[in-house]
Design a protein. Sequence first.
Length: 59
Amino acid sequence: MKFRLPATYKIWFAGSVAWWIDAAVNLHYHQRAHALAALIIAVIFFAAGIFFGSIEKWR
């Protein structure tokens, strides 16, 4: 019997959305450095979601 983990890659996409919202709030308050950092982290989270999602498809 093969052990399967639940589809936890979706949490990376949820984290990406949270960081996008944080970036939007920082842009609203004219904090560009914080917004840029949040956007970089959001892209990393999104890429991780795609990467781990592709691993799930091949299991």
